[in-house]
Design a protein. Structure first.
Length: 447
């Protein structure tokens, strides 16, 4: 059998016999001619049946073939998967890619039910119920090609820098962030917790002498909120590296990764993103602006918005305001908020030597939403233990983690970043539901 040609390659293919496979997007069944728009994972093409025959014609030796082909096309339902062989013809007048295929043979692989559960104006919940159909839309397909390119570019940076990729367990004996938002699962006679972050295990890699490491994997949060940026399961991009002087080194790595990732997306998909989403991907310049949190709150206040609690993290409106400021003042989509108060950071963040009420940490804001948290970690076990106690934690429960530090540990730091949020913001999407392959939330476990 002839080799299958991907639709994106048809334009460069010479006229003549071709075979294509995909699903039916549209059928126009006219009296004397039938058109089928066929889509595959790379694009769409128009198929034409010029030999329409509605009734048997004894004069025509090909009557049976033409009759059957016409009937097959008439019965095609939206979404049916077909394989077609025919004659490729370049034709400038065809709007869809400047080519069309005159159908010779059409084979129905699997027929789709005639009803279409997802309409063009279906809401996000219906679309998620039928996510496999929703994902057939070119915009959705593009999101995941962008994701592939973005992650590949990040991996390239890590690999060039000699980082090791790790996979840490998602079943844990204790909480990895805070006790809140923790999923508990039955585990034989006892119980286990789903990892909220690879935090402890990526730090373990520092004790193991791995130097730089990274992980792209699932993270779980029993977060009951229904916002556009929270999921109960999301993909976390994590990195951790040894021998840093401060969180500044982590921020530099972070910037390098973002620039590499966004550059690759722009180069590979920029034109398509512009066409399908109507936006231009902006590659950020380095360095990204850095603003200490306390100063950021003052700036936001001057703009007329007061973050509700003085001792708290930025709230979403505060994040939007400081992002608007960074855009106006520096023309930048990103802003690092630094020097978070120790009172609102986890016990493992290193305190600022000059002002121990502050941590050597940061959040990265992208187009008004937090995408990441990073920090230098406390690597001196006595200090770490004290900090854990000060947060009301039981060192006995953290014994396995504290042991990582008792046999030698370099200075180190790292960050965790939500992949789905990054994609949502990069592609100007209203929710991470659009940029998560299968979204998980408080009331969504299917499909
Ligand atoms: P943090 O808890 O801030 O830090 O999480 C890091 C990033 O993960 C993403 N994220 C989420 N995405 C979707 N739904 C959620 N419920 C959700 N929760 C978090 C966000 C967030 O910025 N261990 C530290 C990181 C570190 O210091 O290395 C941590 O987990 O984009």
């Amino acid at each position: 059998m002839q080799e299958r040609v991907l639709i994106k390659d048809l334009a460069a293919h010479e006229d003549g016999p071709v075979r294509v496979s995909g699903w039916v997007e549209k059928v126009r069944d006219q009296k004397f001619v039938q058109f089928v728009v066929l889509r595959d994972e790379t694009g769409a093409v128009q198929l034409v049946n010029g030999g329409v025959l509605r009734e048997a014609d004894p004069e025509n030796p090909r009557s049976d073939i033409l009759l059957e082909r016409t009937g097959t096309i008439t019965e095609l339902t939206h979404g049916t998967f077909i394989t077609v062989t025919g004659e490729l013809q370049h034709n400038e007048r065809v709007k869809l890619g400047g080519v069309e295929i005159q159908i010779d043979k059409i084979e129905v692989v699997t027929r789709a039910l005639p009803d279409n559960p997802v309409a063009d104006d279906s809401g996000i919940d219906v679309r998620l119920d039928w996510r496999f159909l929703d994902l057939r839309r070119p915009e959705q397909n593009l999101v995941f090609r962008v994701q592939t390119t973005f992650l590949h570019a990040l991996r390239q940076v890590w690999v060039e820098r000699g980082f090791i990729e790790i996979q840490t367990p998602k079943l844990m004996a204790s909480a990895s962030e805070s006790r809140a938002e923790l999923f508990e699962v039955e585990y034989f006679e006892g119980k286990a917790f789903l990892a909220q972050s690879p935090q402890f295990f990526k730090q373990m890699a520092q004790a193991a002498g791995f130097g730089g490491i990274f992980e792209v994997g699932p993270a779980f949060r029993a977060d009951p909120s229904f916002t556009s940026r929270h999921a109960t399961e999301f993909t976390s991009i994590d990195a951790e590296l040894s021998w840093i002087d401060s969180h500044e080194d982590v921020m530099e790595l972070h910037e390098e990764l973002m620039v590499a990732g966004i550059t690759a997306v722009k180069e590979k998909h920029g034109a398509e993103i512009e066409k399908l989403f109507g936006i231009e991907i902006e590659v950020p310049s380095r360095p990204f602006p850095r603003i200490p949190l306390a100063e950021a709150k003052e700036i936001v206040k001057e703009r007329g918005y007061e973050v509700p609690r003085a001792d708290a993290d930025m709230d979403p409106e505060g994040e939007r305001q400081i992002a608007a400021y960074a855009k106006e003042k520096f023309g930048h989509d990103f802003v690092f908020l630094t020097d978070y108060a120790a009172s609102i950071r986890p016990f493992y963040h290193m305190l600022n030597e000059e002002d121990p009420s502050l941590t050597k940490s940061y959040d990265l804001i992208y187009r008004g939403t937090e995408i990441s948290t990073g920090a230098q970690r406390e690597h001196r076990v006595e200090v770490l233990e004290e900090q854990a106690k000060a947060k009301g934690m039981d060192p006995a429960e953290l014994a396995f983690y504290l042991d990582f530090f008792r046999y030698g540990m370099p200075a180190h730091g790292g960050f965790g970043m939500g992949l789905n949020r990054v994609l949502m913001l990069m592609l100007h999407q209203p929710s991470i539901r659009e940029t998560t392959y299968l979204f998980r939330g408080p009331n969504r476990l299917l499909p």
